[in-house]
Design a protein around this ligand. Structure first.
Ligand code: BES
Ligand code: MN
Ligand code: ZN
Length: 483
């Protein structure tokens, strides 16, 4: 889809449809007033959020349709509301044969959020069948009161962020037979090549040499070889501080549960268990283009968690890269078993600040539903940075507790740690497990099990993986030296 900024009066905009936001209190785009006043006066359109009304062949307009979009109360309308509103209109319009959509922006409204909403809304999953109902828009124009270099830059930034998020969604959408650890590594190599990042892919032998027994224990039940992907972004000019950010993503390409096998119902969704990895690769793709002034290393441990004669058993004890031994009480708590070796490796590479994203626990879905990502930390200042970035990018995150009272729940009689605690508070004990490896290095863990994909399409987003955390990660890196 082509995206551009134009500066024209409403009546001259050429498009299949031009959309304007109206607010409940009557405010909106003054230029559109004369066309929409009557509809409002009739009571047919109250401008509630999510509401739309379409005028066909509006008199005096070059555009074929004028779409009024409800913005709700003006003071509650944020960049996130705009992103969502644009996405919803795009999804509805493309089903109705619109190819060229224009959007009137009022002064001060976010160009970046608007273009993100359009690109994210225009996305349809790659189907492994000839699809007849995906009819994407061909062009999206933002009509702004005036053009400027800043607005162009905001547009470009939005395009990079949203396309990188869609890239992450593409990875998530592929089934586990097509998106193996080897394929994820190939995708990472492609990003490194296209956007000039350094890359290293550790294979099983190398991980064995290094002593990543925790990750390798999960991988041993699968015929698919595991990988640890390391993608490096280094700023062109030497940064002022010694800070070095690591983005770490869980890349389990299929989670059968292993010997602690999952029930058949819904097991197909475990192809999404690599959405943390996808978020990291998507963010690295955006970071490589936006070039923040902090070094960022993306680390993706990727395995398949399977059942076989070689699979790890409950009760097995493995030795992690950190030297800590782990009693594997449940082979389905595999995410933490691969992430701990990645966390230790990140520290060995000199990373000073760590963030991980993982579809880690069903328990976080019980706690927060599908609305908020759960955020855990060993360092409040680091958490504040992540939450600030998430807020700017309109990704919902909620701080979760991680105090010492939960720590003892991971005690094992036979090893340094058990990989699970008791049933209750499962998202917190999972986070505590990771914290034991982050130790004193500032770290934030994002449990995206509830936010990583949509079971049903939303008005503004297709069903399937959401690409959550791509924008937050990128924004975190962009903001780094500013705070
Ligand atoms: N990948 C799952 C977590 C998950 C569950 C993500 C549902 C999305 C939806 C993870 O590896 C897992 O199996 N976790 C277990 C942990 C338990 C064995 C302690 C869980 O949450 O049930
Ligand atoms: Mn599992
Ligand atoms: Zn899993």
């Amino acid at each position: 889809m082509e995206t551009k900024l134009i500066s024209q009066p409403l009546n001259e905009v050429e498009a299949d449809a031009v959309a304007v936001v109206l607010f409940e209190d009557g405010d909106g785009i003054p230029a559109a007033k004369s066309w929409l006043e009557e509809m409002r006066a009739s009571g047919e359109f109250a401008a509630k959020p999510g509401e739309t009304a379409t005028l066909h062949q509006p008199q005096g307009l070059k555009a074929k349709r004028l779409i009024a979009v409800g913005g709700g109360k003006k003071e509650k309308f944020t960049a996130a509301s705009l992103r969502k509103a644009v996405g919803s209109v795009v999804r509805a319009a493309k089903q109705k044969g619109v190819k060229k959509l224009a959007w009137m922006l009022a002064d001060g409204q976010s160009v970046e959020a608007a273009v993100e909403g359009a690109i994210l809304g225009n996305y349809e999953p790659i189907m492994n069948k000839p699809s007849s109902d995906a009819k994407p828009l061909e062009s999206f124009s933002l009509v702004t009161p005036a053009k400027s270099a800043e607005l162009e830059a905001a547009l470009q930034r939005g395009v990079i962020l949203a396309e990188s998020q869609n890239f992450a969604r593409d990875l998530g959408n592929q089934p586990a037979n097509l998106m193996t650890p080897t394929v994820i590594a190939k995708q990472a190599e492609q990003i490194a090549h296209d956007f000039r990042l350094d890359i290293e892919v550790l294979d099983r032998d190398r991980m064995n040499q290094l002593g990543m027994g925790s990750l390798l224990g999960v991988a041993q039940g699968s015929d698919e070889p595991p990988v640890m992907i390391v993608l490096k972004y280094v700023p062109a000019t030497a940064p002022k501080s010694t800070d070095h950010l690591a983005l770490i993503g869980k890349g389990v390409t299929f989670d059968s549960g292993g010997i602690s096998i999952k029930p058949a119902q819904d097991m197909e969704k475990m192809k999404y268990d690599m959405c943390g990895a996808a978020a990291v690769l998507g963010a690295m793709r955006a970071i490589a283009q936006l070039k923040p002034d902090v070094p960022v290393t993306g680390i993706v441990p990727s395995v398949e968690n399977m059942v076989s004669g070689r699979a790890q058993r409950p009760g097995d004890i493995v030795k992690s890269l950190s030297g800590k031994t782990i009693e594997v009480l449940n082979t389905d708590a595999e995410g933490r078993l691969i992430l701990n070796d990645a966390i230790t490796y990140a520290k060995r590479l000199g990373c000073t600040h760590l963030v991980d994203a993982a579809t880690l626990t069903g328990a976080i879905v019980v706690a927060l539903g599908h609305v908020h990502t759960g955020a855990f930390t060993n360092n409040e200042a680091m958490l504040a940075r992540v939450l600030a970035a998430a807020k700017e990018e309109g990704e919902n995150m909620w701080p979760m507790p991680l105090d010492d009272d939960y720590k003892d729940l991971l005690k094992s009689a036979f090893a340094d740690l058990a990989n699970i605690g008791p049933r209750w508070g499962g998202a917190i004990t999972a986070a505590w497990f990771l914290r034991e490896f982050a130790e004193d290095t500032p770290w934030v863990h994002l449990d995206i099990a509830g936010t990583g994909w949509l079971d049903d399409a939303a008005p503004n987003l297709a069903k399937g993986p959401t690409g959550v955390c791509v924008r937050t990660f990128t924004q975190l890196a962009s903001n780094w030296s500013k705070s």
